[in-house]
Design a protein. Structure first.
Length: 149
């Protein structure tokens, strides 16, 4: 019942709604909510820092279930840069990941690209690709364009 409610709330929502739900699912270690953010396609892809390419909903679910078995993931999306069209959107961002160590909370940085497609069920994630980052990644490099063609 909870899954049907979550999916229904995403229909007609924005890519920002799906992204928010994805990170909320990470914070709560909620596999059903997390999977409801993904498209129901055989070719969805997930890559975690230093990890292999994971393809397909079963494999994606398995990798997140293994992560959640160790606890929730406190990743916070920041510095989001968006490229959007009618049926596809790419969000490139920096994830600030909160880690609890022997010396208390610390932060790690991850560079992420989330790709969304408009499906019959509404916007859904089709790619989540992350790579290691540094504290320098908390600030953007280069010049943001002000004129679009």
């Amino acid at each position: 019942m909870k899954r049907a409610k979550m999916q229904a709330s995403f229909v007609g929502g924005t890519t920002d709604d799906i992204e928010h739900a994805f990170y909320e699912a990470l914070h709560n270690a909620d596999i059903e909510q997390l999977m409801s953010c993904w498209a129901e396609e055989d070719d969805i892809v997930c890559v975690h820092p230093g990890g292999p390419r994971i393809i397909g909903p079963g494999a994606v679910r398995s990798v997140f279930e293994a992560m959640f078995a160790k606890g929730s993931v406190q990743a916070y999306p920041e510095r989001i840069h968006k490229i959007e069209s009618l049926a596809c959107a790419v969000h490139h961002l920096v994830e600030r990941v909160e880690l609890i160590g022997q010396n208390g909370p610390q932060h790690a940085w991850v560079i992420a690209t989330n790709v969304y497609h408009k499906t019959p069920q509404g916007w859904r994630m089709v790619v989540h690709h992350t790579s290691p980052g540094t504290a320098h990644d908390a600030a953007d490099q280069g010049i943001k364009p002000t004129i679009f063609h």
